[in-house]
Design a protein around this ligand. Sequence first.
Ligand SMILES: [Zn+2]
Length: 445
Amino acid sequence: MNRKEFLHLTTAGAGGLFLTGTAWAEEKQNEIHPLTTETQEFVVINARLEERFLYNDLGQVKATQTGLYDIHIQAGKIIAIHAAQGKTYAIAVFDAGGKLVLPGLRDMHIHIDKTFYGESWQAEPLRGKTVKDMIDLERRILPELLVHSTEKAEQAIDLMNSKGTYFARCQTNIEPTSGLKSLEHLQKALANKKDSIQSEIVAFPQHGILYSDSVGLLREAAQMGVDYIGGLDPTTVDGDMKKSLDVMFQIASDYNKGVDIHLHEGRATGLPAIEYMIEKVKENKTLQGKTFISHGFALGQLESKETEAICAQLAEVGIGVISTVPIGKLNMPIPTFYKQKVKLMTGTDSIIDHWSPFGSCDMLEKAKLTAELYGWRDEFTLSRALRIATKDQCLPLDEEGKQVWPLVGDEASFVLVEASCSAEVVARTPQRKALFNRGKLIYSV
Ligand SMILES: [Zn+2]
Protein backbone atom coordinates (compact mmCIF):
# COMPACT_ATOMS: atom_id res chain seq x y z
CA MET A 1 0.00 0.00 0.00
CA ASN A 2 1.41 3.39 -0.93
CA ARG A 3 1.19 6.48 1.24
CA LYS A 4 -1.81 7.94 -0.54
CA GLU A 5 -3.80 4.74 -0.12
CA PHE A 6 -2.77 4.62 3.52
CA LEU A 7 -4.03 8.15 4.19
CA HIS A 8 -7.24 7.40 2.34
CA LEU A 9 -7.86 4.38 4.50
CA THR A 10 -7.20 6.25 7.72
CA THR A 11 -9.49 9.08 6.71
CA ALA A 12 -12.23 6.60 5.89
CA GLY A 13 -11.72 5.12 9.31
CA ALA A 14 -12.15 8.44 11.13
CA GLY A 15 -14.83 8.17 13.77
CA GLY A 16 -14.10 4.52 14.41
CA LEU A 17 -12.03 3.64 17.42
CA PHE A 18 -9.16 1.65 16.04
CA LEU A 19 -7.88 0.83 12.63
CA THR A 20 -6.82 -2.70 12.11
CA GLY A 21 -4.71 -4.37 9.47
CA THR A 22 -1.34 -3.26 8.25
CA ALA A 23 -1.99 0.32 7.19
CA TRP A 24 1.16 1.70 8.68
CA ALA A 25 3.94 3.83 7.39
CA GLU A 26 6.65 1.92 5.67
CA GLU A 27 8.77 0.00 8.09
CA LYS A 28 12.51 0.43 8.23
CA GLN A 29 14.55 -1.28 10.87
CA ASN A 30 17.23 0.47 12.91
CA GLU A 31 16.62 3.95 11.59
CA ILE A 32 16.40 6.71 14.17
CA HIS A 33 13.96 9.56 13.64
CA PRO A 34 13.95 11.81 16.69
CA LEU A 35 10.91 13.88 17.50
CA THR A 36 11.31 17.66 17.37
CA THR A 37 8.82 20.45 17.92
CA GLU A 38 8.61 20.81 14.14
CA THR A 39 7.72 17.17 13.53
CA GLN A 40 4.36 17.01 11.78
CA GLU A 41 3.96 13.27 11.60
CA PHE A 42 5.07 10.68 14.14
CA VAL A 43 3.99 7.69 16.17
CA VAL A 44 3.69 7.54 19.96
CA ILE A 45 4.60 3.91 20.57
CA ASN A 46 3.82 1.76 23.63
CA ALA A 47 1.11 4.11 24.89
CA ARG A 48 -1.10 2.63 27.59
CA LEU A 49 -4.78 3.18 26.89
CA GLU A 50 -7.79 2.20 28.97
CA GLU A 51 -9.85 -0.53 27.29
CA ARG A 52 -12.69 -1.45 29.62
CA PHE A 53 -13.82 -1.90 33.19
CA LEU A 54 -13.55 -5.25 34.95
CA TYR A 55 -16.47 -6.11 37.24
CA ASN A 56 -16.87 -8.21 40.38
CA ASP A 57 -19.65 -10.72 41.03
CA LEU A 58 -21.93 -7.94 42.23
CA GLY A 59 -21.53 -6.06 38.97
CA GLN A 60 -19.37 -3.37 40.54
CA VAL A 61 -16.31 -1.99 38.78
CA LYS A 62 -13.30 -3.52 40.46
CA ALA A 63 -10.50 -2.57 38.05
CA THR A 64 -9.65 -0.99 34.71
CA GLN A 65 -8.13 -3.01 31.89
CA THR A 66 -5.53 -1.32 29.75
CA GLY A 67 -3.42 -2.27 26.75
CA LEU A 68 -0.44 -0.93 24.83
CA TYR A 69 -1.01 0.92 21.57
CA ASP A 70 0.83 2.89 18.93
CA ILE A 71 -0.82 6.23 18.20
CA HIS A 72 -0.13 7.73 14.79
CA ILE A 73 -0.27 11.53 14.70
CA GLN A 74 -0.25 13.85 11.74
CA ALA A 75 -0.74 17.63 11.63
CA GLY A 76 -2.04 17.80 15.18
CA LYS A 77 -4.55 14.99 14.89
CA ILE A 78 -4.69 11.31 15.70
CA ILE A 79 -4.97 9.53 12.38
CA ALA A 80 -4.63 5.91 13.47
CA ILE A 81 -4.40 3.78 16.60
CA HIS A 82 -2.96 0.26 16.55
CA ALA A 83 -2.22 -2.38 19.12
CA ALA A 84 1.50 -1.99 19.84
CA GLN A 85 3.46 -4.44 17.73
CA GLY A 86 7.04 -3.55 18.58
CA LYS A 87 7.64 -2.12 15.12
CA THR A 88 10.28 0.38 14.11
CA TYR A 89 8.69 3.06 12.02
CA ALA A 90 10.12 4.99 9.10
CA ILE A 91 8.79 8.20 10.60
CA ALA A 92 9.66 9.79 13.95
CA VAL A 93 8.58 7.98 17.09
CA PHE A 94 8.08 8.91 20.71
CA ASP A 95 8.33 5.93 23.04
CA ALA A 96 5.71 6.26 25.78
CA GLY A 97 7.33 3.32 27.53
CA GLY A 98 4.00 1.95 28.75
CA LYS A 99 2.90 5.17 30.41
CA LEU A 100 -0.78 5.91 30.59
CA VAL A 101 -2.12 8.38 28.06
CA LEU A 102 -4.98 10.62 29.19
CA PRO A 103 -6.77 13.62 27.69
CA GLY A 104 -4.80 16.84 28.22
CA LEU A 105 -5.88 18.96 31.17
CA ARG A 106 -7.70 22.27 30.97
CA ASP A 107 -7.49 25.03 33.56
CA MET A 108 -10.68 26.98 33.06
CA HIS A 109 -10.15 29.79 35.58
CA ILE A 110 -6.73 31.22 36.19
CA HIS A 111 -5.18 34.65 36.70
CA ILE A 112 -1.66 34.57 35.28
CA ASP A 113 -1.69 38.29 34.58
CA LYS A 114 -0.99 39.32 38.20
CA THR A 115 0.96 36.59 39.95
CA PHE A 116 3.95 36.63 42.29
CA TYR A 117 5.05 33.36 40.68
CA GLY A 118 8.69 33.47 39.64
CA GLU A 119 9.63 35.75 42.51
CA SER A 120 10.90 34.69 45.90
CA TRP A 121 8.30 33.25 48.22
CA GLN A 122 5.79 35.48 49.89
CA ALA A 123 2.68 34.60 51.83
CA GLU A 124 -0.54 36.50 51.51
CA PRO A 125 0.04 40.16 52.29
CA LEU A 126 -1.91 41.58 55.20
CA ARG A 127 -5.16 42.64 53.74
CA GLY A 128 -8.71 43.53 54.49
CA LYS A 129 -11.50 41.01 54.37
CA THR A 130 -13.83 42.21 51.67
CA VAL A 131 -13.57 42.30 47.88
CA LYS A 132 -13.58 46.11 48.15
CA ASP A 133 -10.55 45.93 50.50
CA MET A 134 -8.83 43.79 47.87
CA ILE A 135 -9.64 46.34 45.18
CA ASP A 136 -7.91 49.00 47.31
CA LEU A 137 -4.89 46.71 47.69
CA GLU A 138 -4.75 46.03 43.95
CA ARG A 139 -4.80 49.73 43.15
CA ARG A 140 -1.59 50.04 45.15
CA ILE A 141 0.31 46.97 43.90
CA LEU A 142 -0.77 46.48 40.28
CA PRO A 143 1.54 49.12 38.73
CA GLU A 144 4.53 47.25 40.08
CA LEU A 145 3.18 43.80 39.12
CA LEU A 146 2.60 44.98 35.57
CA VAL A 147 6.30 45.67 35.03
CA HIS A 148 7.13 41.97 34.70
CA SER A 149 3.70 40.50 34.06
CA THR A 150 4.54 39.12 30.60
CA GLU A 151 7.52 37.09 31.86
CA LYS A 152 5.59 35.87 34.88
CA ALA A 153 2.69 34.76 32.72
CA GLU A 154 5.14 32.83 30.52
CA GLN A 155 6.64 31.14 33.58
CA ALA A 156 3.14 30.27 34.74
CA ILE A 157 2.45 28.67 31.33
CA ASP A 158 5.60 26.55 31.74
CA LEU A 159 4.33 25.49 35.15
CA MET A 160 0.92 24.59 33.71
CA ASN A 161 2.57 22.50 30.98
CA SER A 162 4.59 20.63 33.60
CA LYS A 163 1.28 19.70 35.26
CA GLY A 164 -0.26 18.41 32.03
CA THR A 165 -2.31 21.50 31.20
CA TYR A 166 -2.47 22.47 27.53
CA PHE A 167 -5.46 24.84 27.66
CA ALA A 168 -6.24 27.78 29.94
CA ARG A 169 -9.09 30.23 30.24
CA CYS A 170 -7.16 33.27 31.41
CA GLN A 171 -8.82 35.99 33.41
CA THR A 172 -7.24 39.38 32.86
CA ASN A 173 -7.77 42.57 34.80
CA ILE A 174 -9.55 45.34 32.99
CA GLU A 175 -9.85 48.33 35.31
CA PRO A 176 -8.63 51.95 35.46
CA THR A 177 -5.37 51.14 37.30
CA SER A 178 -4.13 48.62 34.69
CA GLY A 179 -6.07 50.07 31.80
CA LEU A 180 -5.54 47.60 28.96
CA LYS A 181 -1.94 46.80 29.90
CA SER A 182 -2.72 43.62 31.80
CA LEU A 183 -4.49 42.31 28.69
CA GLU A 184 -1.72 43.43 26.34
CA HIS A 185 0.98 41.80 28.46
CA LEU A 186 -1.01 38.57 28.75
CA GLN A 187 -1.61 38.48 25.01
CA LYS A 188 2.10 38.92 24.43
CA ALA A 189 2.89 36.00 26.74
CA LEU A 190 0.26 33.81 25.08
CA ALA A 191 1.63 34.70 21.64
CA ASN A 192 5.19 33.89 22.73
CA LYS A 193 3.93 30.55 24.04
CA LYS A 194 1.43 29.81 21.33
CA ASP A 195 2.74 26.30 20.68
CA SER A 196 2.60 25.48 24.39
CA ILE A 197 -0.86 26.57 25.39
CA GLN A 198 -4.26 27.03 23.85
CA SER A 199 -6.24 29.74 25.54
CA GLU A 200 -9.30 31.87 25.97
CA ILE A 201 -9.31 35.29 27.58
CA VAL A 202 -11.87 36.80 29.91
CA ALA A 203 -11.87 40.60 30.18
CA PHE A 204 -12.40 40.80 33.91
CA PRO A 205 -13.50 44.09 35.51
CA GLN A 206 -11.81 43.21 38.79
CA HIS A 207 -12.64 46.57 40.36
CA GLY A 208 -16.32 46.48 39.47
CA ILE A 209 -17.91 47.42 36.15
CA LEU A 210 -19.83 50.27 37.78
CA TYR A 211 -17.79 50.69 41.00
CA SER A 212 -14.66 51.56 39.02
CA ASP A 213 -16.46 52.82 35.91
CA SER A 214 -14.81 50.25 33.64
CA VAL A 215 -17.49 50.18 30.93
CA GLY A 216 -15.43 52.05 28.33
CA LEU A 217 -12.35 49.90 29.00
CA LEU A 218 -14.41 46.71 28.71
CA ARG A 219 -15.73 47.85 25.35
CA GLU A 220 -12.19 48.52 24.16
CA ALA A 221 -11.04 45.14 25.45
CA ALA A 222 -13.94 43.49 23.65
CA GLN A 223 -12.40 44.71 20.39
CA MET A 224 -8.93 43.38 21.24
CA GLY A 225 -9.50 39.68 20.74
CA VAL A 226 -10.91 38.60 24.11
CA ASP A 227 -13.42 35.73 24.19
CA TYR A 228 -15.51 36.54 27.26
CA ILE A 229 -16.75 39.62 29.07
CA GLY A 230 -16.48 39.28 32.82
CA GLY A 231 -18.33 40.81 35.73
CA LEU A 232 -17.97 41.04 39.48
CA ASP A 233 -20.39 40.84 42.40
CA PRO A 234 -23.12 43.09 40.98
CA THR A 235 -24.71 43.91 44.33
CA THR A 236 -21.92 43.94 46.91
CA VAL A 237 -19.38 45.68 44.67
CA ASP A 238 -21.38 47.45 41.98
CA GLY A 239 -24.36 48.26 44.19
CA ASP A 240 -26.95 47.72 41.45
CA MET A 241 -27.48 44.10 40.49
CA LYS A 242 -29.65 44.55 37.43
CA LYS A 243 -27.75 47.51 36.01
CA SER A 244 -24.38 45.77 36.47
CA LEU A 245 -25.55 42.53 34.82
CA ASP A 246 -27.37 44.40 32.07
CA VAL A 247 -24.18 46.30 31.16
CA MET A 248 -22.12 43.07 31.19
CA PHE A 249 -24.60 41.23 28.94
CA GLN A 250 -24.98 44.25 26.67
CA ILE A 251 -21.24 44.50 26.02
CA ALA A 252 -21.05 40.74 25.41
CA SER A 253 -23.97 40.92 22.97
CA ASP A 254 -22.65 43.99 21.18
CA TYR A 255 -19.35 42.29 20.40
CA ASN A 256 -20.61 38.73 20.13
CA LYS A 257 -18.68 37.48 23.16
CA GLY A 258 -19.47 35.02 25.91
CA VAL A 259 -19.88 35.91 29.57
CA ASP A 260 -17.88 34.63 32.55
CA ILE A 261 -18.69 36.46 35.79
CA HIS A 262 -16.96 36.26 39.18
CA LEU A 263 -19.86 35.86 41.58
CA HIS A 264 -18.67 35.53 45.16
CA GLU A 265 -21.91 36.77 46.72
CA GLY A 266 -23.76 34.59 49.21
CA ARG A 267 -27.33 33.47 48.98
CA ALA A 268 -29.05 36.75 49.92
CA THR A 269 -27.77 38.68 46.91
CA GLY A 270 -26.09 35.94 44.86
CA LEU A 271 -29.23 33.89 44.29
CA PRO A 272 -31.27 36.80 42.85
CA ALA A 273 -28.29 37.58 40.60
CA ILE A 274 -28.21 33.99 39.33
CA GLU A 275 -31.97 34.01 38.77
CA TYR A 276 -31.68 37.28 36.85
CA MET A 277 -28.87 35.82 34.72
CA ILE A 278 -31.03 32.78 33.92
CA GLU A 279 -33.83 35.11 32.86
CA LYS A 280 -31.55 37.21 30.65
CA VAL A 281 -29.90 34.20 28.99
CA LYS A 282 -33.30 32.62 28.39
CA GLU A 283 -34.30 35.77 26.48
CA ASN A 284 -31.04 36.00 24.55
CA LYS A 285 -30.30 32.75 22.74
CA THR A 286 -26.90 33.95 21.54
CA LEU A 287 -25.67 33.83 25.15
CA GLN A 288 -26.81 30.24 25.67
CA GLY A 289 -23.93 27.81 25.92
CA LYS A 290 -21.40 30.59 26.36
CA THR A 291 -22.36 32.08 29.70
CA PHE A 292 -20.50 30.96 32.82
CA ILE A 293 -20.67 31.69 36.53
CA SER A 294 -17.29 31.45 38.22
CA HIS A 295 -17.39 30.56 41.92
CA GLY A 296 -21.18 31.00 42.35
CA PHE A 297 -20.89 30.47 46.10
CA ALA A 298 -24.62 31.16 46.53
CA LEU A 299 -25.26 27.77 44.90
CA GLY A 300 -23.52 26.15 47.87
CA GLN A 301 -25.91 27.81 50.33
CA LEU A 302 -29.28 26.52 49.13
CA GLU A 303 -31.61 23.80 50.38
CA SER A 304 -31.22 20.63 48.34
CA LYS A 305 -34.57 21.00 46.52
CA GLU A 306 -33.73 24.58 45.62
CA THR A 307 -30.32 23.46 44.39
CA GLU A 308 -31.88 20.80 42.16
CA ALA A 309 -34.33 23.32 40.71
CA ILE A 310 -31.80 26.05 40.01
CA CYS A 311 -29.30 23.57 38.55
CA ALA A 312 -31.99 22.25 36.21
CA GLN A 313 -32.61 25.82 35.03
CA LEU A 314 -28.90 26.51 34.56
CA ALA A 315 -28.58 23.36 32.45
CA GLU A 316 -31.69 24.22 30.44
CA VAL A 317 -30.44 27.66 29.38
CA GLY A 318 -26.84 26.51 28.97
CA ILE A 319 -25.18 28.45 31.80
CA GLY A 320 -22.05 26.68 33.00
CA VAL A 321 -20.45 26.83 36.44
CA ILE A 322 -16.73 27.11 37.02
CA SER A 323 -15.99 26.15 40.60
CA THR A 324 -12.57 26.19 42.18
CA VAL A 325 -13.93 23.51 44.55
CA PRO A 326 -13.78 25.48 47.79
CA ILE A 327 -13.21 23.69 51.07
CA GLY A 328 -13.93 24.94 54.55
CA LYS A 329 -16.72 27.48 54.80
CA LEU A 330 -18.91 25.86 52.19
CA ASN A 331 -19.03 22.97 49.76
CA MET A 332 -20.42 23.39 46.29
CA PRO A 333 -23.18 20.99 45.13
CA ILE A 334 -20.91 19.33 42.59
CA PRO A 335 -22.78 15.98 42.53
CA THR A 336 -26.00 17.91 41.79
CA PHE A 337 -24.31 19.81 38.96
CA TYR A 338 -23.43 16.47 37.38
CA LYS A 339 -26.85 14.97 38.06
CA GLN A 340 -28.64 17.92 36.49
CA LYS A 341 -26.11 18.08 33.63
CA VAL A 342 -24.87 21.58 34.39
CA LYS A 343 -21.70 22.20 32.42
CA LEU A 344 -19.15 22.09 35.24
CA MET A 345 -15.50 23.02 35.01
CA THR A 346 -12.77 24.00 37.41
CA GLY A 347 -9.61 26.04 37.49
CA THR A 348 -6.72 26.68 39.82
CA ASP A 349 -7.49 30.43 40.03
CA SER A 350 -4.24 31.77 41.51
CA ILE A 351 -0.63 30.79 41.77
CA ILE A 352 0.95 32.57 44.69
CA ASP A 353 -0.65 35.96 44.50
CA HIS A 354 -2.29 38.47 46.82
CA TRP A 355 -5.53 36.47 46.71
CA SER A 356 -4.03 33.13 47.72
CA PRO A 357 -0.62 31.60 48.43
CA PHE A 358 -1.78 28.03 47.69
CA GLY A 359 -2.11 27.61 43.93
CA SER A 360 -0.05 24.96 42.12
CA CYS A 361 -1.59 25.05 38.63
CA ASP A 362 -2.30 21.35 39.03
CA MET A 363 -5.66 20.28 37.66
CA LEU A 364 -5.18 16.73 38.90
CA GLU A 365 -5.02 18.12 42.42
CA LYS A 366 -8.43 19.66 41.79
CA ALA A 367 -9.78 16.31 40.60
CA LYS A 368 -8.32 14.61 43.67
CA LEU A 369 -9.68 17.28 46.00
CA THR A 370 -13.13 16.81 44.48
CA ALA A 371 -12.93 13.05 44.90
CA GLU A 372 -11.88 13.38 48.54
CA LEU A 373 -14.51 15.98 49.29
CA TYR A 374 -17.41 14.02 47.82
CA GLY A 375 -16.28 10.55 48.89
CA TRP A 376 -15.41 9.16 45.47
CA ARG A 377 -13.05 6.35 46.49
CA ASP A 378 -13.83 3.27 44.41
CA GLU A 379 -12.44 2.51 40.95
CA PHE A 380 -15.51 3.76 39.09
CA THR A 381 -16.17 7.04 40.91
CA LEU A 382 -12.46 7.90 41.06
CA SER A 383 -12.23 7.36 37.32
CA ARG A 384 -15.18 9.76 36.83
CA ALA A 385 -13.53 12.45 38.97
CA LEU A 386 -10.99 13.14 36.23
CA ARG A 387 -13.68 14.74 34.04
CA ILE A 388 -13.63 18.01 36.01
CA ALA A 389 -10.17 18.62 34.55
CA THR A 390 -10.63 17.67 30.89
CA LYS A 391 -12.28 19.14 27.79
CA ASP A 392 -16.06 18.75 27.80
CA GLN A 393 -15.72 16.23 30.65
CA CYS A 394 -13.88 13.86 28.32
CA LEU A 395 -12.83 10.50 29.83
CA PRO A 396 -11.26 7.43 28.20
CA LEU A 397 -14.15 5.14 29.22
CA ASP A 398 -17.83 6.03 29.34
CA GLU A 399 -20.19 5.06 32.17
CA GLU A 400 -20.59 1.56 30.72
CA GLY A 401 -16.85 1.13 30.32
CA LYS A 402 -16.89 1.57 26.56
CA GLN A 403 -13.71 3.13 25.22
CA VAL A 404 -14.57 6.61 23.91
CA TRP A 405 -11.18 8.34 23.96
CA PRO A 406 -8.91 8.63 22.11
CA LEU A 407 -10.61 8.20 18.74
CA VAL A 408 -9.18 8.51 15.26
CA GLY A 409 -9.76 12.14 14.24
CA ASP A 410 -9.33 13.54 17.78
CA GLU A 411 -6.97 16.45 18.39
CA ALA A 412 -3.62 15.11 19.60
CA SER A 413 -3.60 16.94 22.95
CA PHE A 414 -2.80 14.47 25.69
CA VAL A 415 -0.70 13.87 28.77
CA LEU A 416 1.45 10.89 29.75
CA VAL A 417 1.59 9.76 33.36
CA GLU A 418 3.20 6.90 35.25
CA ALA A 419 0.02 5.14 36.36
CA SER A 420 -2.12 2.12 35.62
CA CYS A 421 -5.50 3.86 35.10
CA SER A 422 -7.51 7.10 35.55
CA ALA A 423 -8.64 6.13 39.04
CA GLU A 424 -5.05 5.80 40.21
CA VAL A 425 -4.15 9.09 38.56
CA VAL A 426 -6.89 10.93 40.47
CA ALA A 427 -6.00 9.29 43.79
CA ARG A 428 -2.24 9.71 43.52
CA THR A 429 -1.66 12.67 41.15
CA PRO A 430 1.49 11.14 39.66
CA GLN A 431 4.21 13.16 37.96
CA ARG A 432 3.36 14.26 34.42
CA LYS A 433 5.92 12.67 32.10
CA ALA A 434 5.05 14.33 28.81
CA LEU A 435 2.48 16.65 27.28
CA PHE A 436 1.40 16.99 23.68
CA ASN A 437 -0.55 20.01 22.44
CA ARG A 438 -2.09 19.62 18.98
CA GLY A 439 0.51 17.04 18.09
CA LYS A 440 3.45 19.00 19.44
CA LEU A 441 5.58 17.66 22.26
CA ILE A 442 5.68 20.66 24.59
CA TYR A 443 6.88 19.07 27.82
CA SER A 444 8.72 15.92 28.79
CA VAL A 445 10.88 14.66 31.62
ZN1 LIG B 1 -10.84 34.55 39.62
